[in-house]
Ligand binder design. Sequence first.
Ligand code: 2AM
Ligand code: CA
Length: 265
Amino acid sequence: MTNLGTYELLNLAQRAGAQAAEHIRQSRYGKDLEIQTKSSPTDMVTKVDKETETIIKEILLGARPRDGFLGEESDEVTSTEITWVVDPIDGTTNFVYGFPVFAVSIAARDSSGTTLAGLVIDVYHDDHFYATLEGGSFLNNRSISVSNTISLSQALVSTGFSYDRATRVAQANTLTHLIGEVRDIRRAGAASLDLCYLAAARIDGYYEIGLWPWDYEAGTLIVREAGGVVASLDSDQPRQELTLAGNPAIFKELRELLLASGLTI
Ligand code: 2AM
Ligand code: CA
């Protein structure tokens, strides 16, 4: 696809994302969030997640009716053209609590699986992180790049925990191997924003088990276009088993440390 094509996709994502973010802000206060649980008692979804996905889907597929749609809260629409990969609220637990780290994540991928455009909106701060393939990464119109931290011992590393009790206990065990080897650990609670923080040099590395494409697809393009690496243990692509990311200098060390900690996928 031409650059013009990728910018058009980004512009459409911006239009849908801005309306989605506004809906989330309007819905946050003074209303019953109507919380339900999904895979476990700690895995929440609200009425706002579902409404927001509907808003995004209607705008994207209204403008481009032949496209596909893969979202967290609705049935997949398959297509041989562009597929939109959407998380209406990434960081739902934070959203429910009012902890100000939650995002709208929208990516456009072509039929070969290549991500062409990605947008992540930090809803609370109205910060827009975005990238197009070979077009660089931006935060609110300013170009961003990953940090130049060169050693894991100086690295700020973010991670997350599963909603599943046994998995999160195992993740905490892995963390005991890391905590003495890095500058410090962060657990912000929204995977798409962890990736954007990496792209903007707010952290140096990130790993998380059990993510879905709507959590990492937009953020992955934003990290790569900012000069960073996103992969898994045994592949150069992130996978549900592991999303592993860093600036190029610390990525290898982080990967080796995770392997040494006994992490298997
Ligand atoms: P969500 O808020 O959309 O559910 C939390 O560590 C981060 O991981 C959030 O971005 C959360 O997305 C995502 N996530 C996705 N699947 C998860 C799962 N099964 N358990 C925990 N977090 C998950
Ligand atoms: Ca979500």
